[in-house]
Design a protein around this ligand. Structure first.
Ligand SMILES: O=P(O)(O)OC[C@H]1O[C@H](O[C@H]2O[C@H](CO)[C@@H](O)[C@H](O)[C@H]2O)[C@H](O)[C@@H](O)[C@@H]1O
Length: 276
């Protein structure tokens, strides 16, 4: 990873990651003479974590900050959410989006790419969605969220003693349908096509599509959850990862920011130094 920050002490703990804000000059130095491309995760990075998926919105201030940034450089939002959902929440036409953890990519000038393996899995995802929804219908607080290529089973509002029921339903589905694999994130489990595709691969593919895969570009990725680690790893050596959150987790990111408000501050500080 380019730039570990001079304050770097222990790379296994986020709390010791150097602050991207405090080390802005160092980051700018890495980007000197290079075009910056900024990739942002949605939930927990540009929007706060809320009790239900529906209520997680970006603030007007964040929207303004992103608009200003997008006027100066290439911006992408790389999300586990469904592509139309994240696009509508961010609502900026000029940026590129990846939904379903990168299984679907969309952007200006008609850009639209879906992973063929995802398309093959659609009947299995449909069936699994029905099965899990039925199985968890009686579990109070469980939310089954269907995205085109991913099913997310949320347990944030489920009583602690019932979370095992939620995980058991997911595990049984994976057992029945080996075309799917399980991942986990903030108070949720996900089922997605059982293939080696993730946010990191999606970003590398996007950089190719945008013809921004050379040394004259510095891609920066900001994310807060386990699936964002794939993106941090993918950019090691060529770009920069910024972990968002206060908890101590193992991260492949080089810098840290506390929360989405610090993310906004960072974007505002970075914008004047971006060029198209
Ligand atoms: O990759 P992301 O854009 O960060 O999306 C990851 C998942 O985020 C959403 O769930 C999370 O945020 C919700 C709203 O704050 C919260 O209620 C939930 O507990 C979190 O797991 C989204 O609903 C999922 O579809 C995304 O995969």
């Amino acid at each position: 990873m380019a730039g570990r920050g001079s304050g770097f002490v222990d790379q296994t703990s986020h709390q010791s990651l150097p602050s991207a804000l405090a080390n802005l000059q160092e980051i700018l130095q890495l980007g000197r003479g290079r075009q910056l491309v900024i990739f942002l995760d949605y939930d927990g990075t540009i929007a706060p974590i809320t009790p239900t998926p529906d209520s997680a919105l970006i603030t007007p201030e964040m929207h303004r900050a992103m608009l200003r940034l997008a006027a100066k450089c290439t911006v992408g939002v790389i999300s586990g959410r469904d592509l139309p959902d994240v696009r509508q929440r961010v609502n900026i036409d000029s940026i590129v989006y990846a939904g379903s953890h990168g299984f679907e990519i969309g952007g200006p000038k008609g850009l639209h790419v879906e992973q063929p393996i995802g398309i093959q899995c659609l009947p299995t995802l449909d069936l699994t969605h029905q099965e899990i929804s039925r199985q968890l219908a009686e579990v109070k607080g469980a939310i089954v969220e269907r995205k085109r290529f991913v099913i997310t089973v949320h347990y944030r509002l489920v009583a602690e003693q019932e979370v095992t029921l939620v995980e058991a339903a997911v595990d049984q589905a994976i057992h029945r349908h080996p075309q799917l694999r399980k991942t986990a994130g903030k108070k949720m489990f996900e089922l997605l096509p059982n293939t080696d595709w993730n946010k990191g691969k999606a970003i590398l593919s996007l950089l190719d599509i945008l013809e921004m895969n050379g040394p004259e570009v510095l891609p920066i990725y900001l994310g807060d959850d386990t699936t964002d680690e794939d993106a941090f790893r993918a950019l090691q050596g060529t770009g920069l990862g910024i972990f968002v959150g206060e908890e101590a987790v193992e991260s492949a990111a080089g810098y840290g920011l506390r929360d989405w408000e610090e993310v906004r501050e960072f974007l505002l500080e970075l914008t004047p130094f971006c060029r198209v």
